[in-house]
Design a protein around this ligand. Structure first.
Ligand SMILES: Nc1ncnc2c1ncn2[C@@H]1O[C@H](COP(=O)(O)OP(=O)(O)O)[C@@H](O)[C@H]1O
Ligand SMILES: [Mg+2]
Length: 249
């Protein structure tokens, strides 16, 4: 691995990046529910810890126990890294529902809580899965833009490398506001396609953006295995709405 790069933990993605992720970059991973965003973020986390990096992992939609147990299925045991202070694992609840009198109310400290955690816990790697709730809690586009840029500035000031996931809209490959896509240094787009015989859902990844770094732009297929995500250099995907199938080795 080159000195200024870090492995993504996924061989096929490293190949598409001619080595790995540039240190100091903020990478966005955008995809629909079930496309593997959490898996990619955990696989990256495990790989960074194995490379001796100190990491902060913030989960906005899973409980700690659930994440730790789920990771064991792939052979990733995070508990020793937590015990050795190499991993700070924060499972946050973006919104709480509280009962006041006989009415339920929504309360949230998340918009302030998230940047404060990122600024106080200084690590080489920051992972946020997903950042979607943070953006949804903002009242308008100007607020989400300002708060996201502030969060990214804190990450950059700490000199960290970051991977941030975000949910894309159903039947679209981008987020509602598009701010994530615009703000990140590098962007992985995850999509689901139906196979030509309509029997199967195929998962594909594309590097839509990677500032200052050479990368392969073609669409590549990936799959879920018992070792995590595997990205193939060989693919057989249905392209667009035409039903045309393209094969490549
Ligand atoms: N070992 C596995 N075999 C097959 N599919 C798997 C396996 N592990 C996870 N998956 C798939 O992973 C997806 C969930 O991935 P996840 O990272 O939680 O997605 P996201 O965070 O984008 O919602 C599910 O669609 C599930 O089918
Ligand atoms: Mg997820």
């Amino acid at each position: 691995m080159e000195e200024n790069k870090i492995s993504s933990g996924i061989k096929g993605i490293d190949e598409m990046l001619y080595g790995g992720i540039n240190l100091g970059n903020i990478i966005g991973v955008v995809g629909p529910a079930g496309s593997g965003k959490t898996l990619i973020s955990l696989q990256f986390l495990h790989s960074c810890l194995k490379q001796g990096k100190k990491c902060l992992y913030i989960s906005a939609n899973h409980k700690k126990k659930e994440l730790l147990n789920h990771s064991l299925v792939y052979g990733w045991d995070f508990e020793p890294f937590i015990n050795n202070n190499l991993l700070e694992l924060k499972c946050l609840e973006p919104v709480q529902v509280v009962l006041r009198g006989d009415e339920f109310h929504l309360t949230s400290k998340y918009l302030d809580e998230l940047p404060i955690i990122v600024s106080k816990i200084k690590t080489e790697i920051v992972i946020i899965d997903p950042v979607t709730d943070f953006l949804l809690l903002c009242k308008n586009e100007i607020e989400s833009r300002s708060r996201l840029f502030n969060l990214f500035q804190i990450i950059k000031e700490n000199g960290a490398t970051a991977l941030i996931t975000a949910e894309s809209d159903v039947d679209s490959s981008s987020t509602k506001s598009g701010i994530i896509e615009y703000a990140v240094d590098g962007l992985f787009i995850l999509r689901r396609l139906q196979s030509a015989d309509m029997n199967e859902i195929l998962h594909v990844i594309q590097i839509a953006k990677m500032r200052w770094a050479k990368h392969i732009r073609e669409i590549r297929q990936y799959d879920f295995t018992d070792k995590g995500i595997e990205v193939y250099s060989k693919y057989n995907v249905l392209l667009g709405d035409t039903g045309e199938t393209k094969q490549r080795n």
